[in-house]
Design a protein around this ligand. Structure first.
Ligand SMILES: *[C@@H]1O[C@H](CO)[C@@H](O)[C@H](O)[C@H]1NC(C)=O
Ligand SMILES: *[C@@H]1O[C@H](CO)[C@@H](O)[C@H](O)[C@H]1NC(C)=O
Ligand SMILES: *[C@@H]1O[C@H](CO)[C@@H](O)[C@H](O)[C@H]1NC(C)=O
Ligand SMILES: *[C@@H]1O[C@H](CO)[C@@H](O)[C@H](O)[C@H]1NC(C)=O
Ligand SMILES: *[C@@H]1O[C@H](CO)[C@@H](O)[C@H](O)[C@H]1NC(C)=O
Ligand SMILES: *[C@@H]1O[C@H](CO)[C@@H](O)[C@H](O)[C@H]1NC(C)=O
Ligand SMILES: *[C@@H]1O[C@H](CO)[C@@H](O)[C@H](O)[C@H]1NC(C)=O
Ligand SMILES: *[C@@H]1O[C@H](CO)[C@@H](O)[C@H](O)[C@H]1NC(C)=O
Ligand SMILES: *[C@@H]1O[C@H](CO)[C@@H](O)[C@H](O)[C@H]1NC(C)=O
Ligand SMILES: *[C@@H]1O[C@H](CO)[C@@H](O)[C@H](O)[C@H]1NC(C)=O
Length: 458
């Protein structure tokens, strides 16, 4: 039984509940996505047959006939804590007339070009300026304590937090506005539908998670493999069925299936992917790119380099606990010695992924090196389609985003499959075989897909 992202996420929720830890919205979102996936009979990906990308598009998750249950009440106290949202007055704190002269005299920098107040961006810049001016403490000595000088008077939320909070607030307001939703575009209606499911699940939380049914269903669904490709896409779950072994490497379809299924549920594994701004030409004819990035590991890369000893202990603890809870919910008993070895193998592989098959943050800050756009044909010919089926991966990975799928698979001239780490990607794909020097076996690589998605410490 293959524990996929969803499975692990839900298990970790299960654990969180046991431990009384508050759930994060992100995690909850994943669960809701799963609830929806599990509940939909129309979520068919018909692109497996690699027919040149013009397969019938029935990848529809949203059931048009579903009627909002208007009686599901948005429970204000359950979702957004409005006292922590954007405080409009934060950026208005400064009495500008006081600061303008004093600041420009003291700062000793050339007077920058002035923006006129008829620019559409004028008021936004003004707010930022006010925020910065309100944050500096020009009485502090910058040579002695630069932080005190630049941020000594900083109060409130960081600017990104302010805009995040403001965005969330706006979204909640709109999503709960029935009149707005009734005339909104389909994706917005779909979002509302997820939102309602989320609230419903939250209000019925115990019943939703108590018997481990979602976990079991998700395991079973994944274990069943991709329809028509069962031979290549069915995998056992040896951490739970300890008598089972996995001795053969996944085929290119198998690897594509495993990682694509997980990415669809918001959990990346050996490849991390998604739509993002086409940052070299965001206002051009193709404003968006499909990014294909390095593995997603349990923790960010620097933790492995700088805090491995404590990360290791945390990973061991949380993966072990998770497996025990999962086994208990399935009425299985795990041999502790085998379990410990399995957990250890996974942690070792995760470490290898983070340190050998990933690029460090400092190098990655040179963004130009990551801008490697490809067409689909280039992607397939340069990135080992024989080891990793892009035609299996992409339809799964984009999940319910039909238009994205159309864009990616039906337009051979679409040139923005941006491979962020070309050398590492090929290095990883060509290392998943018996010749590898990193101790990766078919069994461990299979387990990787179950475990990478857990991300216990985030
Ligand atoms: C699919 O595409 C091929 C070539 O691009 C074309 O010949 C064929 O008619 C298309 N099939 C459908 C059903 O659109
Ligand atoms: C759509 O939802 C309705 C109402 O829940 C249900 O009766 C119907 O069977 C669903 N259709 C599909 C194709 O899932
Ligand atoms: C709508 O939600 C209410 C409250 O959660 C519930 O009692 C009712 O059964 C639901 N109706 C439908 C048709 O699902
Ligand atoms: C709303 O959430 C609060 C806090 O979780 C809970 O006490 C209350 O019963 C909920 N109200 C409804 C109508 O579900
Ligand atoms: C909302 O957040 C504030 C500030 O963090 C906190 O004091 C308050 O208890 C929170 N309210 C709820 C209902 O969680
Ligand atoms: C907003 O911030 C101002 C300045 O810090 C403070 O006086 C005010 O109480 C805050 N308002 C809210 C609702 O938190
Ligand atoms: C703002 O500036 C004006 C003009 O310099 C001054 O009269 C006023 O007292 C200032 N207000 C505050 C709150 O500092
Ligand atoms: C914009 O700037 C002009 C010139 O400095 C000034 O006359 C005008 O009052 C300003 N308008 C606003 C809305 O601040
Ligand atoms: C600003 O810097 C001065 C000089 O170091 C210090 O006395 C003062 O407390 C600082 N103000 C704040 C808000 O940190
Ligand atoms: C991992 O955790 C288990 C149980 O929490 C413990 O028995 C074991 O010694 C740990 N292993 C390592 C290598 O720390």
């Amino acid at each position: 039984m293959l524990p996929m992202s969803s499975v692990w996420k839900i298990i970790s929720l299960f654990l969180d509940k046991v431990a009384g830890i508050v759930l994060t919205a992100g995690v909850l979102g994943v669960v809701i996505a799963i609830l929806v996936n599990e509940g939909s009979s129309t979520n068919n990906n018909n692109y497996y047959n690699n027919n040149g990308g013009n397969g019938t598009n029935t990848n529809t998750i949203y059931n048009e006939t579903f009627v909002y249950n208007q009686t599901v009440v948005y429970n204000n106290t359950n979702t957004v804590n409005s006292t922590t949202t954007f405080n409009n007055t934060v950026v208005q704190l400064v009495n500008q007339t006081v600061f303008v002269d004093v600041a420009s005299k003291v700062l000793n920098v050339a007077t920058p070009a002035k923006m006129t107040n008829d620019s559409s961006k004028y008021s936004s810049y003004q707010q930022v300026v006010q925020l910065f001016k309100a944050s500096v403490n020009l009485s502090a000595d910058p040579c002695n304590d630069f932080y005190a000088y630049t941020c000594g008077n900083f109060k409130g939320d960081m600017s990104f937090d302010i805009s995040d909070n403001s965005n969330i607030n706006d979204m909640v307001t709109k999503l709960t506005d029935d009149a707005y939703i009734s005339t909104a575009p389909l994706p917005v209606k779909q979002t509302r539908w997820y939102f309602d499911q989320c609230i419903y699940a939250r209000q019925n939380w115990d019943a939703t998670i108590n018997n481990g049914q979602y976990v079991t269903d998700a395991i079973n669904k994944l274990e069943a493999g991709a329809p028509g490709f069962e031979k290549d896409t069915q995998f056992p779950f040896p951490m739970l069925d300890q008598n089972t072994d996995v001795t053969t490497w996944p085929s290119n379809f198998g690897l594509g299936y495993l990682s694509g299924s997980l990415t669809a549920q918001g959990v990346d594994t050996i490849i991390s992917s998604g739509v993002d701004t086409n940052w070299k030409d965001p206002a051009g004819p193709e404003g968006f790119a499909y990014l294909l990035d390095q593995p997603t590991t349990f923790a960010p890369n620097t933790y492995y380099l700088k805090d491995w000893d404590s990360l290791k202990v945390n990973l061991n603890d949380s993966i072990t606990r998770t497996m025990l809870v999962l086994a208990r919910s399935q009425n299985k008993k795990l041999d502790p010695t085998i379990l410990q070895k399995d957990v250890n193998d996974i942690i070792t592989l995760d470490y290898t992924l983070a340190t050998v098959f990933s690029t460090d943050d400092t190098t990655r800050r040179q963004y130009d090196r990551s801008y490697n756009p490809n067409t689909l044909a280039q992607l397939m010919s340069q990135y080992h389609n024989e080891l990793f089926s892009w035609h299996m991966y992409l339809p799964l990975a984009v999940g319910t985003a039909e238009q994205v799928l159309d864009k990616l698979l039906t337009d051979p001239t679409y040139n923005y499959f941006v491979v962020m780490e070309p050398a590492k990607l090929n290095f990883l794909l060509t290392s998943l075989n018996d010749q590898n020097k990193y101790g990766i076996t078919p069994k461990i690589s299979c387990q990787l897909f179950s475990i990478t998605v857990l991300r216990p410490i985030q």
